[in-house]
Design a binder for this molecule. Sequence first.
Ligand code: SF4
Ligand code: SF4
Length: 472
Amino acid sequence: MYNPHSLTATEFIDDQEIQDTLAYAQANKDNLELVNQIIDKTEELKGLSHREAAVLLLCEDRAAQKRIFAQAAKIKQQFYGNRIVMFAPLYLSNYCVNGCTYCPFHFKNKHIPRKKLTQEEIRREVIALQDMGHKRLALETGEDPVNCPIEYVLESIQTIYSIQHKNGAIRRVNVNIAATTVENYRKLKEAGIGTYILFQETYHKEQYERLHPTGPKHDYAYHTEAMDRAMQGGIDDVGIGVLFGLNLYQYDFVGLLMHAEHLEAVHGVGPHTISVPRIRNADDIDASSFTNGISDELFQKIVAILRITVPYTGIIVSTRESQKSREMVLKYGVSQISGGSRTSVGGYAEEEPEEEDSSQFELSDQRSLEEIVNWLLKSGYIPSFCTACYREGRTGDRFMSLVKSGQIANCCHPNALMTLKEYAEDYAGPETKRLALELIAKEVESIPNEKVKAIAKENLHSLDDGRRDFRF
Ligand code: SF4
Ligand code: SF4
């Protein structure tokens, strides 16, 4: 029985409710009066229900689709402006006891090199990331209680936060590790993590069990209820996502939104971010053998509908997507992207030799961080290295209330400019620096609050004197 308030996976992700939602969407996808009413409703900026979003997903009417994209672009602009927050993944270990059929780290893969970074290697990787200009990392590990216990993850977080190199510092560590206990989530919270990220992969229980035939991840309920345990452990910023291509996208789209509604219903705060990865080739994984892949057009439509359905939730795309594909989704909803990424264990400080390739998937966007920053600037975006919110205690419902009232833009915009200036001064080549400084000079004048503008200007000047890390 569907119950968004329940803490039981099969009740808040109720299969029958998803089937009924898809049947309702199928029956109404050509009901243009209803479709237009749903699109009109997004003007209120309160989002949509999973049923309403599903109708839009299945609707193929050209004019309605045009309206959806226009509305997504408008809401994106309203909440996120032209800012795009930058991050990089850091893979600590690819030991894994699970049997996931779509990931080369699965335990049966005997030829992929297994690696785990030592604290010294982490230092070298982090310094290399700092030298690129990164301030925000997403830690990634496989699941292996022996080779990669929680103590190792905690020690690694401590190491990362402790490294100051020239003007560099990692100021926010997000963590993407396997579903774990409330106690371990509490430890992660105490270690000062930003967001806890865990992808559901697919919400379809039987398909999930087929794709995860062995290992602790096989347990659908334990995995699906992980975010509730994370929140019970005190982590109030969580990031959800599905791996598009594993299952019928319509099903997972509805499941994703039901998960978001569940978190809001139980904990009073929805997901901080939603990621939209698509399956990619990797070591012993052939993406074309997964028959549920989605086209670029559909991918864009999904991002646009997510944007208008959960306007307050950040949307992330990684370097799984090509430059072209990223270009499209930036316009319609994505607010955070990775850049200059490596998906191997190690590889930032020193390129891995080909025969030692330990990466999780092939990158579709192989540009350096500087190339991406340069491209964003030329495309009219403001690359942001901001990490301010969780450092200022703006997390969970406190964060959401600032977002919902629109006040967060008073922080995001000046913070983007100040952190971009740090990047320009410390890491950018001459052309990127020029573009960044020109943009900052123009953008600072458009800060609406005079007091904030004055402080931002003063801080921007102070950056010229070598001071760093200003934030609202
Ligand atoms: S997806 Fe995660 S849990 Fe599954 S094999 Fe890969 S690293 Fe292990
Ligand atoms: S101010 Fe907060 S919400 Fe805005 S970019 Fe910075 S960390 Fe993100």
